[in-house]
Design a protein around this ligand. Sequence first.
Ligand code: G16
Length: 553
Amino acid sequence: SKDGAIETAILNGYADWPRADTKGKEFTYGTAGFRMRADLLDFVMYTVGILASLRSRRLNSNTIGIMITASHNPAADNGVKLVDPMGEMLDQDWEFWATGLANSKNGEELRNGYMHAVKDLKIEQTKEAKVIFARDTRPSGARLVKALIAGLEATGTKYIDYGYATTPQLHYLVRATNTQNQPIPYGEVSMEGYYKKTAEAFKLAMKYATPNGPVTVDCANGVGAPKLKELMKYLGSDILKINIVNDQIENPDLLNEKCGADFVKTKQMAPPDFDGKRFERWASLDGDADRIVYYFHADGNIFRLLDGDRIATLAASFIGDLVRKSGLEEQIKLAVVQTAYANGAATKYVEKVLNLKVETTATGVKHLHHVAARYDIGVYFEANGHGTVLFSARALKQIRKHEPQSPAQLEALDTLKALTDLINQTVGDALSDLLLVEVVLAHKEWTVKEWLATYTDLPNKLAKVMVNDRSVYRTVQGTAERRLESPPGIQEKIDDIVKKYKEGRCFVRGSGTEEAVRVYGEAAEVYDVEDMVGKVTELISSQSSRDIEPYLS
Ligand code: G16
């Protein structure tokens, strides 16, 4: 600023929020923002407040969102992600500025980094800067909020603290805030507005259908528990009965502990307290309620998973039918966006049976979302249960102006319209996805049995190797993370292992949320998958200790 007040405040604030000793490691803006052990995060939070002020001023004082969560990670971790004005993840070009500020070594460097950004990005510091933020139930959140507020106040940023929220609720609030004066606002700017919009849309979508029995939801002992309970007040229990388990948010040690979407998906088993009868549907959320997977026990207590791929195929087939039945088939085209973790059988089903185009992107909603947004209707889901359905402005216009030619067309069109409001347009939302699945199953008059019968998953396994430096694992651009270029020579060794297995497919990549390398594999036979993933995992374990040594010294 002219008198340098902001610069001075940034420098002075550093004394309270100094950078933690990370033993030479850099902070990175990963798959879902900064994420690490919570005690290392204070300074990063301070810089995120500063960054958000820049982003808001750059975007004509639109409101920027900040979500404090480490989602599926253990309770001792925490993290932070920025949300852009329409509720999307932070523009990837800005990750450069985010990491630049966060990796300042001292107060002077931070101030200089800020001044550099102001100049380079042509920020007018006299403009208003506006931020809203929220957090999950992690105990470290309260301290991190203080660090964030210090960054916001140093930069003269106006803010609203929404307290506890699910990640998708915060995304909703950001979009609602920034569209409130537009011809079609996204929704009322309040938590209540979120519940009302979601519940009303659900009731409309259920006008012509009734669900088959209750659904039980494992809330991972996280923020999804109180928020789902709140939503249920608006839903009422006459249409759908929801039972809640794992709602103990008072005890932070229980967060994601042997429960939740990540546990169920990676272990391929129900939480230990599962007591569902045969074919009863259960669903699990993750720590910030942006992921959901379904599951049940079939005859003989066999566990069956209905993961993100299944939700995508269910939604795509149903919405595709509605488009056809409404008479909009010529005007509106659908596509499905997945990552390399999608089961090969799911991809084949979408292409061959649903006859839809499939696109594959790198891991992380920030990648899938933009590709899905290119289509009239883009259904995007990660296999781990993170995803949503996007309706383009053009599709929405077609849907709104279409005159139904028959009662059947009217019915389909009503349901389609309701879905455009029910489905969170900003990001994957476990609560909204839960209701979406319930709507589809009710309309199709399907139980989980029919849902599972649509195709047969290839046996698969997702393993994780803890490493000291995942950054040495880099994938080849343009391969949707399916091939490694570093460490050198390792991809050839993986190829040698994988080619021995029928329909074998396996890839390795460094996680963007934890200090680990993930190994995903699938093959025609269960024992082959176990063998193949075991061998690749061993390869990584032996390799990583060798690769890491120089980085530790
Ligand atoms: C986050 C991202 C997801 C991603 C997951 C795993 O989930 O939001 O898009 O699939 O991490 O990412 P990675 O394999 O890079 O660790 P969450 O639920 O933790 O926010």
